[in-house]
Design a protein around this ligand. Sequence first.
Ligand SMILES: *Cc1c(COP(=O)(O)O)cnc(C)c1O
Length: 383
Amino acid sequence: MTKFTIPVDKFLSQPTPFYYYSLPLLEATLSEVNESSAYPGFKVHYAIKANANPEILKVISRAGLGADVVSGGEIRAAVAAGFPADKIVFAGVGKSDVEIITALEAGISCFNVESLPELEVISALALERGKVAKVALRVNPNIDAHTHHYITTGLSENKFGISLEMLPSVVDEAVALKGVELIGLHFHIGSQLTDMKPFEMLCDTVNRLNAEFNDKGIKLQTLNVGGGLGIDYNQPDLHPIPDFKAYFKVFADNLKLLPGQELHFELGRAIVGQCGSLITRVLYVKQGLNRKFAIVDAGFTELIRPALYQAHHKIENLTSPDKPLEKYDVVGPICESSDCFGKDELLPEISRGDILALRSAGAYGEVMASTYNCRTLPPSLLI
Ligand SMILES: *Cc1c(COP(=O)(O)O)cnc(C)c1O
C-alpha cells in the first residue's frame, strides 16, 4: 500500500499550531469510497460536520459525493463548495425556521425530520412558499452501537429521531400534510463503529420497516442508513483508509432494496479522519515530582476530542523520531486539567522546539476549534 508520510521538512518554518491535511490520502480515500460503493442504487453523502474546510469540501464535491448538512451554515458551505442542491440532505434535531427557509430556497433534496412538530413547521413554511418539501423520517431503531455514550445516537432514550412505537402516527401525519412529501426513512446509530454487527442489525430493522411501508402502499424512494464507520486511531499508518469494502458489502449482502429504491449513506469521520493531523510545537519539558510533562502549543481549543470524549490520538515526535523512548504526559496550555492529549506516552526523547503530530485529526478537529482563552483559530496547510 502507498505510504502517506508527513512532510516534516515543510513544517519547520511554519508557525504552530496548524492543521495539516494530506490531499493525496483524501483523494485515495474518496476513490476507495467510490469503488467500494458501486452497487446499484447506492449513493454516498459526506457529513460536512466532520470537517468543513472549504478546500476539503471542494475535493469531496469534485469526487461526486453528495452532502449531509446539519445547519443553515452547512447548507451555504455545501453550495459554495459546489455540491449540487439535489445532492444535499438536511438532518438535525433542532432546525430553526430560518434554516428551514434557507433549505427550501436552496432546493435541497430531502429534510431528515426528527419529530412531529418539526414536520408540521416544515410543511407550513413550504406551503407559504408554494413548495412541497421532500422529507424522510429519522427513525430511532433502538440499536446499541457499543460506542462512547456521548456518540451513541440510536438508543430509545436518545434525543435523536422518532421511536419505532411512535412512527406510525407520524407517518399518518406526514401523508396527511400538504406541504411535505414522504420519500424515505433515515437512520444513524452512532459514530466510530469498527464492528460491523450493529450495521447488520440495522439492516434487519430497515428491511422490516421497508416491507411494512410497502404493504401499506407507501412507496419509499430512499432509505438512508446514516454514517458512523470508524477509523483506526491507534495505527493510522497501518490503516490510513478504512475498510469501505467490508462496510458497503454488509449493506449489499443484507439490505433488501425494492425496485427503484436508493440506499443513501452519510459518512463523515471515515472519509476525512485519517488525512488530517494537528501539528504542534513543544514549548517546555517540565519535570514534576513523579512525571515529566511535554507542554505543547496546541490545546483542546484546537482538538477537543480527548477532553470531550476521552478519545486518544496517536502522538508522534516528528523532529526526533529515532531518539530513545521516555514517558511523558503531553498537555496543552489551556487553563483546564482536561487539556491533556496523553498520559504516560512513550515517545522519543522530547526537547523544547520539537514538532509533534496528533494524528487522525481530520474529523471533528478543525470544525470544533474554539477561541477559549482568547486564542486565535489556527490555519490549515493542505499538501
Ligand atoms: C454525525 C452524523 C453523521 C456522520 O457521522 P460519522 O460518524 O462522522 O460518519 C451522519 N449522519 C448524521 C445524521 C449525523 O448526525
